[in-house]
Write a protein that binds this ligand. Structure first.
Ligand code: C2E
Ligand code: MG
Ligand code: MG
Ligand code: MG
Length: 278
């Protein structure tokens, strides 16, 4: 009996694995097609100065405009793109698109582009970034690259070398999702980050939790003494914005100020930080 149950469970497990593999294959093929057919779009979310709530730059966030499924979130497809290696092509597309669009804005605001840890496995990454700057004619000071600490996890010397080479191009480097990893503080010693982005999970709790507030305060005072800009992510309410500014955050980003949206340069020239379409 037990054997039969075991066998059944195995078959079932196998089946689930099989289904997951099939779904991944489907999505992989679909992602390839999407790249060919230009279904990706870059949305932009403003990053505000905490002192006057004026925009200092925009974060580029990819969206997939799927012909059948409608808009697909990066949370659904980036991990598949990472597992299949498609993230190299998708990441390169975002980088070029964001640089090109930012170069056309009639302002000096910065653009922040997220880099996947997988993109660091590609030896040409630094050349790709340099090439994107050259072709778009975007000044390097206007580009910021957001990385997560996972690229520094095994204190990989190669990734550190790549990071330094990127910084040497004149672009800024931001540490994204700060506070969610295992030994975040350690990484601040190993590389001169230009910006730390405090993860939304702390921001969510700032008005309820003294602990979250104390942690944010500690990060901002560290940031100030190391001359690192501190951005709080996921600001949804005015009371959060006020508390974050009070605790020393230099920049704020979140739905309270603006959702990610397509940007047309006229919106920027008109001096508005508000997205044109949501
Ligand atoms: P992230 O880089 O930490 O980006 C912030 C995410 O938080 C974005 O989700 C943004 O829309 C969302 N967000 C911003 N403000 C608020 C808020 O007030 N409340 C809430 N609940 N959420 C807020 P999104 O656009 O879905 O992107 C999710 C993640 O996907 C990003 O997290 C990033 O890790 C990844 N991603 C997005 N675009 C790219 C890309 O072009 N390349 C790579 N490698 N990853 C990307
Ligand atoms: Mg980011
Ligand atoms: Mg983040
Ligand atoms: Mg995140």
């Amino acid at each position: 009996e037990a054997k039969r149950v075991g066998k059944g469970a195995y078959a079932c497990y196998n089946d689930a694995l099989h289904q997951a593999a099939c779904a991944r294959l489907d999505m992989e093929a679909d992602l390839r097609r999407a790249l060919r057919e230009n279904e990706f779009v870059v949305f932009y979310q403003p990053i505000m100065r905490a002192d006057d709530y004026g925009p200092s730059g925009y974060e580029a966030l990819i969206r997939w405009m799927h012909p059948m499924r409608g808009m697909v979130s990066p949370l659904e497809f980036i991990s598949v793109a990472e597992r299949t290696g498609l993230i190299h092509d998708i990441g390169l597309w975002v980088l070029n698109q964001a640089c090109r669009e930012a170069a056309s804005w009639q302002t000096e605001m910065t653009v922040s582009v997220n880099l996947s840890p997988i993109q660091f496995e590609r030896p040409q990454l630094v050349d790709d970034v340099q090439q994107a700057l050259v072709t778009s004619r975007l000044a390097p000071e206007r580009l910021e690259l957001e990385i997560t600490e996972s690229i520094l996890l095994d204190s990989s010397q190669r990734n550190m070398t790549t990071l330094k080479a990127l910084k040497a191009l004149g672009v800024a480097i931001a540490l994204d999702d700060f506070g969610t990893g295992y030994s975040s503080l350690h990484y601040l010693r190993s590389f001169p980050f230009d910006r730390i982005k405090i993860d939304r999970s702390f921001v969510d709790e700032i008005c309820q939790s003294n602990e979250a507030r104390a942690i944010i305060k500690a990060i901002t005072s560290l940031g100030n003494s190391l001359d690192i800009k501190i951005t709080a992510e996921g600001v949804e309410h005015l009371d959060q914005a006020e508390a974050l500014q009070h605790e020393g955050c230099s920049h704020l980003q979140g739905y309270y100020f603006g959702r990610p949206a397509e940007l047309v340069s006229e919106a920027l020239t008109a001096g508005s930080a508000q997205p044109v379409r949501e």
